[in-house]
Every structure is written in structure tokens, then in C-alpha cells.
Design a protein around this ligand. Structure first.
Ligand code: FAD
Ligand code: COA
Length: 405
């Protein structure tokens, strides 16, 4: 079992202090204005929270996933949007590139995140959400280049991210070969930012469509895990397990923030001539909130620090089963806890003058984005039962079956 080292405890304490002083004061305005928090990004960069996982040889500090989740939780207590930026600057796309990429790809990714870019990971399509392997974005090989066409949507950071990792199905001579990642930078011809989604919460990060129209990507910017193109999707999803743990930790942090406010308020607000914390009905709510948060943190930190392939960053990603279980529990807990925290505030919690309603809206997303809790349950079931659980009626998907031959 993992244990936090004294350095990790210091990191946690400094992130807590930083979040309270620098990040919390802007959270309400970020939600209201729906503007990307460039000032916070600058502060996060200066603080060394962007690119924490980049290995030393590429200019980063080479910190572990566990280090990152300690920071994410503290930032998320203050501002969910800023915490999501920290997730994407350390996990997801950058994790995949640092594990499977060429020297050149790693340098590009490292330079971007260390200078404050939040990469975009582009998987989901209008007709391929949970069924991500049914993606129709295609990359046609033409000599040493690929020509990409298709439409992605709900791309976090569309229009603000520079570094994009785009998942597409590779075709050679019109035959499907498997799914690969393609690195492209904002501004590339054929990489078009589409309309923004009017999202319920986490409003400071744009969620947009991404339209790919004859986007040309050279061979050297293609990311294919060592298993090869036909099985590469599994490797890319393995990298994505890190992002699931990061996202779960944002949910946890938001909920811890809401719980701490409710705990304090319950000791100040009086009704019937006594603080409302003296009513057992509320005490039991606080106990359940705290217990569930503790359990969520343990699952997330266990997933972040373990990993079937041997633990810390650069050597392995969080295990598929552990990451899915942790995200399911943290995401569902976050919704319940933020909702209960708001309840403890009564009408004050329902007012936009306090952050509870924002926290509830922000927490709501984590049972959807990054794999829904239903899909993650199928992932867990598949691991527990040690069998493939195809979700299509016939148990197959035409293209991917063809690719596997
Ligand atoms: P669907 O797949 O259409 O699902 C609809 C419902 O059916 C859900 O309840 C789902 O759980 C259920 N369902 C589907 N299949 C099954 C099944 N087999 N068994 C049981 N239930 C099932 N994508 C990216 O690529 N990059 C991003 O940066 C990104 N950011 C996002 C940010 C936000 C705020 C949100 C909301 C989404 C983001 N996404 C992103 C997309 C996200 O990954 C998808 O929304 C998610 O995978 C679900 O796909 P869907 O929305 O199409 O839902
Ligand atoms: N970690 C490691 N490997 C994974 C994985 C994960 N989280 N999810 C899937 N894989 C592997 C499978 O083991 C399988 O490997 P194999 O071909 O060597 O057997 C391969 O990837 C394909 O997975 P499978 O479950 O057979 O594919 P499917 O066509 O039924 O698709 C998924 C299901 C993977 C798309 C679905 O489970 C899923 O995760 N959907 C949500 C997508 C998502 O998170 N989007 C977020 C965008 S930001």
C-alpha cells in the first residue's frame, strides 16, 4: 500500500496554500465570465504544476502520478476549471506521448506543457461517444503523410489548446488498419475549431467541435504504441487510464471543497436556538460525506500510485480496473456530497452568491466525461470476469474486427 512521503506532504501543503491564496479568489468570476483562466494558467506554470510528469531529460521534474493527484485535489477544492487544466497538462495526451512517442514528439509535448499549454485529447465524435472504437475520423496514408478528415466534439480546450492528440482510424489503400494518435498544433491548415457547447458547469474551459478537413500530418507526428497499429488503441486507452484518475480527483477536490464549507456553516448557522450541527440529521449527513470522500481519495491515490505495470510515471499507467473503479466512486460521490453540502446551506446554498451551486454544476460532469459510469462498469465487469464483453448486438464491430485479422 502507498504512503505519502514527507516531500509529498510538503507538496500537498504548498499546493493547498497556493490554491487558497491565488486560485480560489478567481473561481466565481471564471464561472460567470466563461473565459479561459489565462492568469491562473500563468500562475500554475510558475508554480511548476504544468508538466509535472515530464521526465528530467525533457526539462520537467519527472514527478509521479501520485504527486500530481495531490496537487489536483488541492486546486480543485478552489476551482474545478483550473484543476482540469492541471490534469490535462500532466496526464492524457502528454502521458501517451511521453510513454509511446519518439524523441521529437516528446520534446514538442514537453515544451508545450512546461510553457503552460493544456493539450487537447480528441477522441469523441457525434456518432461515437461511449463506442469510441466506432470512430469514423479517417487518416488516409499518402506516402509519408496522412490526410485526416472527420469531426470530433466535446473537445476540452478547443480554441485554447495548442497541442492536439487526435485519434483517427488509419486507412491504407482504403483498407482500415487500426486506430492511431496524430499530433497536430492549433493553426495547422485543416484543423478547424467548431462551435462551443453551452456547458452546464466547468464553464471556464471551452468544449468545442473540432473539424478536420484534409489535415496533413507527417509520419513522424503519428503516435503508435509498440503493440502496433492493429492493437495500438489498447495502448492509447492504457495511457488514458491516467486521465481517468486525474478527472476523478478533480471531482473529489470539488466535493471536499463543498464539504469543508458545509462543515463550517453547520457550526455557525443557528436555528431553534442552537447551531444546526447539533441536529443528528445533519451530523449523519456530514459523517457519510466525510467517509465517502476518504474512501474516494484512497481509491484514487491507490490507482495513481500503483499501476499494473509497476507504478510511478514513466514506468506504467494506472491499472484499467483500479482507474475505472476509482473514477466511478469519486464521480458518484462528488455529486452526492456537493448536493448534500448545498442542502446543509438551505436557501443560502441555492443562491448564486455562494459557490455551492457552482460546485454542484461542476461536479455533475464526471459521471459522463472520460467514460461514463455505465461504460466504466462494463470495463470493471470485464476485468473481474476476465472476459471480453462486446456491447454490440452481434458481439462485433465490422471495421475493428476486420482490422484484427
Ligand atoms: P453516449 O455514448 O451516447 O451515451 C448515452 C448514454 O448511454 C449514457 O448514459 C451512457 O452511459 C449509456 N451507454 C452507452 N453505451 C452503454 C453501454 N454499453 N452500457 C450501458 N450504458 C451505455 N471527449 C474527448 O474526446 N475529448 C475531450 O476532451 C472530452 N471532454 C469532455 C468534456 C465534457 C465536459 C464532457 C461532458 C464530455 C467530454 N468528452 C470528451 C466526451 C465524453 O468522453 C463522452 O461524452 C463520453 O464518452 C460519453 O459519450 P456520449 O456523450 O456520446 O454518450
Ligand atoms: N485500458 C487499457 N486497455 C483498454 C482500456 C483501458 N481503459 N479500454 C479498452 N482497452 C483495450 C481492450 O482491452 C481491448 O484490447 P485488445 O484489443 O488487446 O483485446 C481494446 O482496448 C479494445 O477494447 P474493447 O473493450 O474490446 O473495445 P470496444 O470496441 O468494445 O470499445 C471502449 C469499448 C474501449 C471504447 C469503451 O470501453 C470506452 O472506454 N468508452 C469510453 C471512451 C472514453 O473514455 N472516451 C473519453 C474521451 S476523452
Amino acid at each position: 500500500m502507498f504512503e505519502l512521503s514527507s516531500t509529498q506532504k510538503e507538496l500537498q501543503a504548498s499546493a493547498r496554500e497556493f490554491a487558497k491564496k491565488e486560485i480560489a479568489p478567481r473561481a466565481a468570476e471564471i464561472d460567470r465570465s466563461e473565459q479561459y483562466p489565462w492568469e491562473n494558467v500563468e500562475l500554475l506554470t510558475k508554480q511548476g504544476f504544468m508538466g509535472m510528469t515530464v521526465p528530467e531529460e525533457y526539462g520537467g521534474p519527472g514527478m509521479s502520478y501520485l504527486d500530481v493527484v495531490l496537487v489536483i485535489e488541492e486546486i480543485a477544492k478552489a476551482c474545478g476549471v483550473s484543476a482540469r487544466i492541471v490534469v490535462e497538462a500532466n496526464m492524457g495526451a502528454v502521458g501517451a506521448v511521453m510513454k509511446f512517442g519518439s524523441d521529437k514528439q516528446k520534446k514538442i509535448a514537453a515544451d508545450h506543457v512546461l510553457s503552460g499549454d493544456k493539450p487537447a485529447i480528441c477522441i469523441t465524435e457525434p456518432t461515437a461517444g461511449s463506442a469510441a472504437t466506432e470512430m469514423t475520423t479517417r487518416a488516409d496514408r499518402k506516402g509519408d503523410r496522412y490526410i485526416i478528415n472527420g469531426t470530433k466534439h466535446w473537445i476540452t480546450g478547443g480554441g485554447v489548446s495548442k497541442f492536439h492528440l487526435i485519434f483517427a482510424r488509419v486507412f491504407e489503400h482504403d483498407e482500415p488498419q487500426g486506430i492511431a494518435g496524430f499530433i497536430a498544433l492549433r493553426g495547422a491548415k485543416g484543423l478547424i475549431i467548431g462551435k462551443r457547447e453551452p456547458a452546464m458547469g466547468l464553464r471556464g474551459i471551452p468544449e468545442t467541435q473540432l473539424i478536420l478537413e484534409d489535415l496533413e500530418v507527417p509520419q513522424e507526428m503519428v503516435l503508435i504504441p509498440p503493440e502496433g497499429l492493429r492493437h495500438g488503441f489498447a495502448g492509447l486507452m492504457n495511457a488514458y487510464n491516467g486521465q481517468r484518475v486525474g478527472a476523478g480527483t478533480v471531482a473529489l477536490g470539488i466535493a471536499v471543497g463543498a464539504y469543508e464549507l458545509a462543515l463550517e456553516y453547520s457550526q455557525q448557522r443557528e436555528q431553534f436556538g442552537r447551531p444546526i450541527c447539533e441536529f443528528q440529521g445533519l451530523q449523519w449527513m456530514l459523517v457519510d460525506m466525510h467517509t465517502q470522500l476518504e474512501a474516494a481519495r484512497l481509491l484514487l491515490q491507490k490507482a495513481a500510485s500503483g499501476g499494473a505495470q509497476g507504478g510511478d510515471y514513466g514506468h506504467g499507467f494506472p491499472d484499467m480496473l483500479e482507474a475505472a473503479q476509482a473514477k466511478i466512486f469519486a464521480a458518484e460521490t462528488a455529486i452526492k456530497v456537493t448536493n448534500d453540502a448545498l442542502q446543509i446551506f438551505g436557501s443560502a446554498g441555492y443562491s448564486r452568491n455562494l459557490p455551492l451551486e457552482r460546485m454542484l454544476r461542476d461536479a455533475r460532469m464526471f459521471t459522463i466525461g472520460g467514460g461514463t459510469t455505465q461504460i466504466l462498469r462494463t470495463v470493471v465487469a470485464s476485468a473481474l470476469l476476465d472476459r471480453k464483453l462486446p456491447q454490440t448486438r452481434d458481439g462485433h464491430f465490422k471495421l475493428s474486427q476486420k482490422e484484427k485479422k
